[in-house]
Design a protein around this ligand. Structure first.
Ligand code: ADP
Ligand code: MG
Length: 616
């Protein structure tokens, strides 16, 4: 294992949270969290702008959220890569101003008349994380793996990359938070299985169903509530206090921002205390009269939050239903997020899934630890596995004659998607094999087979008539899903594979080198295969036309066509590309002339189909 303190290419893992952010790294003793000089790991994801252009980030900023509300920016993760119209529902909850730059709908934060992109604010948090990491490691840090929620779309992921760049960090990879959590628990070592990640943080709840294929995760479904988390539990306690204070003293604390800020911090402390103990007591000094004492038991607190936790369980059930599985199919449950320290949360999750969830790692640090594990892989550290950030080798399927049709080309960035239409090569096929390959060569026999599946259940049709749409989708975790759909009948089938599985960097390099060395030879082979396909299509099309009773051919024309077909078939079996090419051209001209002369559009359409044909 590489010691990050020694290598020049250090990569840290960062959990860039809505509420808190933190960094971790893999060292000699394995993954570890990086702490600041005061021993704190969690950096509140908050930036507060002060007078005179100064600003503070982290816990100092969080402390200002009540006294400096309009200039204290929290939860900026909710705005990342979003338009103002997307986040309209958020705005009443934010004490600061959110607008647009006027030219686009993209959300901007407005402070003291200056506009900031969410990326810039997020970069300020990342800069703080970077500084803490650099101080802890005693060296500069320029590269990171950063986590995002599984449901983040391309724009939100890109915004996260941009934030890193502004902070002087290269985001080598954007990793899904649940995937990172599962990695931290080492669950990727089992080859097949289903993992549920239950993540209850400060302001958001996410549940993800992950399916392991060949040791790599695929997000099968996600559910959650973007406004359900620890803040709600704090608010439940606050409301209780305000109610009791009002009842006892007639005092309305809501109109006293300073007092309210104090109560907010106290409420959170009470909540945290109740995760460990059975009661918690608060004393507030009110201006007049005796101090107000308030005691909350764990049972009372549980009653305050039970309804919201029921909602999280409903989300879990929805996610399972989406993934088309039941609780019995779940192999592991992982708890993530500070709020899963609440004992009632653990009990409810355990009851729901009928198994003890993983809680061995700190729930608010587990995502950062998983990110650090990914980071060490990218830094060339402890595992000889190739993780995807770009597609290292082209991906495609076999077409007739053993040719390799590339759908996704090498070096496309993940996630990515590609689509192409194919058809059948033989009449009356009701099933086709989709053979998925990876490589840079022209023929599949020189590529690496990743998997195969059958598309069945479409009605018999003449060759070339079925329209089979093949889609390649590589998700952020590098899992490739290939789907084939026959458009006329709706028949559909798919497969998941992990293209990087078992491939090392050196193997990839070797494969690319070989493809360059063999380029000329491959080109000739490929040309021959394509000529054979062309000849095949000409033969099939012509035979079909000959079989049509309404076609006004003379016997001489029929004989001529039959002998041309025989010649094409003979040449197709040999490997004289030149002769085959000539014969195809000559035959093409002949049938074209016939078509123009006598048959019109029907034959032309038959002969001019351009869809790639799949093997029978
Ligand atoms: P996020 O992923 O949203 O950035 P975290 O995972 O850091 O957030 O969770 C933060 C939340 O966890 C806060 O609401 C905090 O009060 C809560 N929390 C932290 N520790 C505990 C605890 N011991 N008991 C209950 N809640 C806790
Ligand atoms: Mg989190």
């Amino acid at each position: 294992m590489t010691d990050p303190d020694q290598t020049s290419d250090i990569v840290i893992g960062i959990d860039l949270g809505t509420t808190n952010s933190l960094a971790a790294v893999v060292g000699k003793e394995g993954p570890r969290i990086l702490h600041d000089a005061d021993g704190r790991a969690l950096i509140p994801s908050v930036v507060s702008f002060l007078d005179g252009g100064a600003r503070v980030v982290g816990s100092k900023a969080r402390a200002m959220s009540v006294t400096n509300p309009r200039r204290t920016i929290h939860s900026v993760k909710r705005l990342m890569g979003r338009g103002l119209s997307d986040v309209a529902a958020e705005l009443p909850r934010l004490a600061y101003e959110v607008t647009t730059d006027g030219a686009t709908d993209l959300a901007r934060v407005s402070v003291d008349g200056r506009l900031y992109t969410p990326q810039e604010i997020s970069a300020m948090v990342l800069t703080e994380v970077k500084q803490v990491a650099e101080a802890a490691l005693g060296r500069t840090v320029e590269k990171a793996v950063i986590t995002v929620p599984a449901y983040f779309d391309d724009a939100q992921r890109q915004a996260t990359r941009d934030a890193a760049r502004i902070a002087g960090l290269t985001a080598l990879r954007i990793v899904n938070e649940p995937t990172a959590a599962a990695l931290a628990y080492g669950l990727d070592t089992s080859r097949e299985g289903t993992v549920v990640v239950y993540d209850l943080g400060g302001g958001t709840f996410d549940v993800s169903v992950l399916k392991i294929t060949q040791g790599v995760y695929k997000v099968a479904s996600t559910s959650g509530d973007t406004h359900l988390g620890g803040d709600d539990f704090d608010n439940a306690i606050i409301d209780r206090i305000l109610e009791l204070v009002a009842a006892k003293t007639g005092y309305d604390l809501k109109v006293h921002p300073q007092a309210l800020q104090q109560i907010r911090l106290s409420a959170e402390s009470m909540k945290v205390e109740l995760s460990a103990g059975e009661t918690s007591t608060l004393e507030i000094e009110l201006d007049a009269g005796e101090p107000f004492r308030f005691t909350l038991t764990r049972a009372e607190f549980e009653d305050l939050i039970r309804a919201r936790l029921d909602e999280t369980i409903a989300c879990c059930k929805a996610a399972l239903a989406d993934a088309k599985i039941s609780t019995g199919d779940v192999d592991e449950v992982v708890l993530v997020g500070g709020s899963t320290r609440i004992p009632l949360v653990r009990r409810m999750v355990e009851e729901t899934f009928g198994r003890t969830p993983h809680t061995e790692l700190d729930p608010d640090r587990v995502v950062a630890l998983g990110a650090a594990i990914q980071a060490s892989v990218l830094a060339g550290g402890n595992r000889d596995l190739l993780l995807l950030d770009v597609i290292p080798l082209s991906l495609g399927i076999e077409t007739v004659g053993g040719a390799f049709a590339k759908l996704v080309t090498r070096n496309s960035t993940v996630p990515c998607r590609a689509k192409e239409m194919f058809s059948t090569s033989v009449d009356d096929q009701t099933a086709i094999d989709i053979n998925v390959f990876q490589g840079e060569r022209e023929l599949v026999r020189d590529c690496r087979k990743l998997g195969a599946f059958k598309l069945r259940g479409f009605p018999p049709m003449p060759a070339g008539l079925p329209r089979v749409e093949v889609t390649f989708l590589v998700d952020a975790d590098g899992v490739l899903t290939v789907t084939a759909k026959e458009q006329r009948s709706g028949a559909e089938a798919s497969i998941d594979v992990v293209p990087s599985h078992g491939l090392t960097r050196d193997e990839v390099k070797g494969i690319i080198r070989e493809s360059i060395a063999k380029a000329r030879e491959d080109f000739a082979h490929r040309e021959l295969v394509e000529l054979r396909n062309k000849a095949h299509n000409l033969v099939v099309g012509t035979k079909r036309v000959l079989a049509m009773p309404e076609m006004p051919f003379t016997d001489a024309q029929r004989d001529d066509l039959h002998s041309c077909i025989a010649e094409l078939e003979r040449l197709s079996h040999g490997d004289d590309a030149k002769a085959l090419s000539k014969a195809c051209d000559a035959f093409g001209e002949k049938t074209q002339a016939l078509a123009d002369e006598a048959i019109g559009a029907a034959i032309k359409a038959e002969l001019n189909k351009e869809l790639g044909r799949l093997p029978s």
